[in-house]
Design a protein around this ligand. Sequence first.
Ligand code: TXA
Ligand code: MG
Length: 337
Amino acid sequence: MKATPVLVVDADAPDPEILSEAAAILCRGGLVAFPTETVYGLGANALDASAVARIFAAKGRPATNPVIVHVADADDVSRLVTDFPARARRLAEAFWPGPLTLVLPRRAEVPDVVTAGGPTVAVRVPAHPVAQGLLRASGLPIAAPSANRSTCLSPTRAAHVMRGLDGRIDLLLDAGPTRAGLESTVLDVMQDPPVLLRPGPIDRRRLEAIIGPVARRAESTSPIARSPGMMERHYAPRTPLEYVADDGRERVESLRGAGHRVGWLTFGPTTIRSSAGLTIFEMPSEPVAYAARLYDALHAFDDAGLDHIVAALPPEEDCWLAIHDRLKRAGSRHDLD
Ligand code: TXA
Ligand code: MG
């Protein structure tokens, strides 16, 4: 396929002509990458099985991993599901539009390729004006996984999308960096208690404030809770990443002593500065700001051609759960002895 065209759009007030051009591509079965408030998504008409199959081909995604369907507002959910129970509606009122995905029983009209043949469909209403504009201009539910090759890091900038998908998709809408920087929270609301399948920007406490107890995936005994797409290796940079329970300094020094070029994700400020063979990202000690920078830092480490990344783990608290989850999927634990 030829190089993918990129159209720059204003993140707050996207040009309606560009949106209708992108919508026309979706309506004829094509693929459009677009920003959401979490990460960039790779969109296709969710009701067109062959268009959605093209997403899987472009990403190299296994057919066993279902995709999220995006709709413009909560009223559109009934087109996709057979039941939208009261507690799901309460969550939708509290957090939509926004970074929360709800797993609900699918209608037969939703193609098997979207749900990986399963009985449920994951639905969300994105807040980003470009995503909203595209949903409204096309009038379609849009199936959209993150716009990266399978198992790679999710894209928070247009350049990250191009790195993996240039020439494989029909159009990219570039509206600059995404705000939240981590994929949406995925919640299976059909189980009792509901199960957090993927921690994300809306943490468990905020969900529990609306609907009461929510189980973490590890706490659930149900086999369905093992969400099909939650394979261990996912969200990973190309550079090997190790996470450590301390500030990371000792591990960084020993790797440098052995002649390695190292990237260091600190937790909070450090007095050490980047130098030859050492690239430091000083990460914020507050989870929202940390999330917004994480993938950007990991993509930058990959660009710098380093040998190792060392990440200092944030504290073991609920508000850090999504970041712990992503760091653990991105790498392996290093214990100093
Ligand atoms: O923030 C996001 O969620 C981004 C933007 C583009 O919306 N999308 C995204 O999609 O991260 P993806 O495909 O990279 O991740 C979707 C996750 C996967 O872990 C998948 O297994 C899970 O949602 N999922 C999708 N449908 C599901 C279903 N029916 N049941 C359980 N899990 C499901
Ligand atoms: Mg993904």
